[in-house]
Design a protein around this ligand. Structure first.
Ligand code: FAD
Length: 318
């Protein structure tokens, strides 16, 4: 088996969960080699090793923090040249997809974005995608160059598989364009204390049925009882009840959690496009004919103002 490069998404060496998921999937197609760019490789290495990284290729330079994605593409391109991997895996974040797309162009390879599963195939890694607003599931493999694949968060459960995780420093030669765009300020969003929507293992969403901005507190209370993120349908966002950053769907965020609870959401195709790949779907809707019930694992026909608080109380006592 060849080596698989896994791009490490981290904050100063604190490895984010989607990277651990990638390491787990990478083991199906080869030996995972983590690429850690920026500060904190020594902090990250034990976690990466615990999840199967045989090696950690680490490069640190101010360019990674000060400039946009191009320095990272430079580093990955050089890592691909030196390792000649069977694939490069990158998390499907906004940054990850830009890095992956630029990398694929640089190395003349095909790219698959937003994969939800990965397996070994006779002609290279086979990626599963959910396409056309989740109406179809496709399996595909890349026919040209080193496959570059971005994988949606929550596509796999991170599994420990201790490996050496030897840290190997490498020096990156930056391209001319690497310093063309500088980061002038970073303004962290005020933290709600809830997990990031696209990475959360559980999401509780509210729709038009919630009726008002202030009523979202019952959705938030259920989310907090579970440690879940809060999502919203476009109808709720357009009404100004919840921020657009929390919108789930075709023109919002795509989520694929273990558990998705939709409250007061009818299940329009554009909403389904953002949540249909969730592992377990629960809907609470007072209309038994609502289309959301066509795709749920568990459905409650009832008034969300009665059902959701009861559910929250029940979860709290457990
Ligand atoms: P509705 O369809 O109005 O459904 C509300 C539901 O709440 C109903 O089923 C009702 O029975 C139920 N309900 C009402 N009161 C209660 C109660 N007390 N208890 C329980 N249930 C109750 N939508 C998205 O969500 N995300 C997107 O990204 C998105 N992108 C779009 C892109 C385009 C180009 C277009 C054209 C549309 C897009 N939409 C998107 C909009 C989408 O078509 C729907 O209009 C939207 O999803 C409806 O939101 P909703 O289910 O909250 O509202």
């Amino acid at each position: 088996m060849g080596e698989v490069l896994v791009y490490v998404d981290h904050v100063d060496g604190a490895v984010r969960k989607p990277t651990l998921e990638l390491l787990t999937l990478a083991r199906r197609i080869g030996e995972p080699v983590a690429v850690h760019l920026g500060a904190g490789a020594d902090t990250a290495a034990p976690v990466l090793a615990e999840h199967g990284a045989t090696r950690v290729l680490a490069a640190d330079a101010s360019e990674f923090a000060d400039y946009l994605v191009v320095p990272k593409v430079d580093a990955l391109e050089q890592a691909v040249t030196s390792v000649n991997p069977v694939a490069v895996l990158v998390p499907s974040s906004a940054e990850g997809k830009e890095i992956a797309a630029r990398l694929a162009v640089r190395i003349g390879s095909g790219i698959i974005t937003d994969a939800i599963d990965l397996e070994a195939g006779t002609e290279g890694p086979v990626a599963t995608q959910s396409v056309f607003a989740a109406a179809f599931t496709t399996k595909s493999h890349i026919t040209k160059g080193t496959p570059v694949i971005t994988v949606k968060p929550n596509s796999a459960t991170p599994e420990a598989a201790p490996a050496a995780g030897t840290v190997e420093q490498f020096a990156v030669t930056f391209s001319e364009g690497a310093t063309g765009t500088k980061v002038v300020a970073r303004t962290p969003r005020e933290s709600t204390g809830r997990p990031e929507l696209t990475e959360a293992a559980m999401v509780v969403s509210g729709g038009r049925g919630v009726g008002a901005a202030e009523n979202f507190n019952i959705i938030e209370a259920l989310a907090d009882s579970l440690g879940a993120a809060v999502g919203a349908s476009r109808a709720a966002v357009d009404a100004g009840w919840y921020p657009h950053s929390n919108q789930v769907g075709q023109t919002g965020k795509q989520v694929s959690p273990q558990l998705y609870i939709a409250s007061g959401i009818s299940g329009a195709i554009q909403h389904r496009a953002g949540m249909q790949t969730s592992k377990t779907i629960v809907a609470i809707n007072k209309d038994a004919e609502a289309p959301i019930f066509d795709l749920v694992d568990y459905g409650v026909v009832g008034d969300l103002f009665e059902v959701v608080p009861q559910l929250t109380e029940e979860i709290k006592v457990r």
